[in-house]
Design a protein around this ligand. Structure first.
Ligand code: FES
Length: 182
């Protein structure tokens, strides 16, 4: 898609909401971070970093939310997110699995969970399976350290995961119809 088309599409989505289910604390953490930056537009890159750290990737709903909060045109936010290689936009897979590799999750075995999922899916973090079924993403603290290690399956945060539990959840995820929320 041409960037200008993408900008227009994004500008039209005025009613889009951030991709979080009720009770998801990630948006509260992002709000607190933006508040600390006094909702300054020139803090955009830091805010996008924080958003990606929390969600694993930046999809349209999240970009619009940031644009609205910082009072910036969505096209500017989208432009920055697509310009820098370190930002990841919404993965292409029908389903998305975000493994938190923040410190609290890591010390409780998140690396083993990631290894098990990578082996099962045959892809590495940041990749999508060739059949487009699954995208695997890494986050650095999703704000759920109390239930570490945490994994987010199609936007739903799952607590205290183990490699075996994660693989079971993954099978269920892949068997479920496509979830377009994330
Ligand atoms: S480190 Fe994983 S939720 Fe905080």
């Amino acid at each position: 898609m041409l960037l200008t088309e993408a900008h227009r599409k994004l500008d039209r989505k005025k009613a889009a909401k951030p991709p979080v289910p009720a009770g998801d604390k990630r948006l509260v953490i992002l709000d607190t971070f933006m508040k600390r930056q006094q909702f300054r537009g020139d803090a955009l890159i830091e805010v996008l970093h924080k958003a990606q750290e929390l969600f694993g990737f930046l999809d349209d709903g999240l970009l619009l939310y940031v644009a609205k909060s910082l009072k910036l045109p969505p096209s500017r936010v989208y432009g920055v997110a697509t310009f820098y290689h370190f930002f990841t936009l919404k993965p292409q897979g029908e389903h998305t699995c975000v493994v938190c590799l923040g410190t609290a999750c890591y010390v409780k075995g998140a690396d083993k969970i990631m290894a098990a999922i990578e082996q099962r899916a045959g892809i590495k973090s940041g990749e999508t399976t060739p059949d487009n079924k699954l995208s695997l993403v890494t986050a650095r603290c999703i704000g759920a350290c109390g239930i570490a290690p945490a994994v987010v399956y199609d936007g739903a945060v799952a607590a205290k995961q183990t490699p075996a539990v994660a693989l079971q959840s993954l099978e269920k995820l892949l068997a479920a119809p496509c979830n377009s929320k994330t």
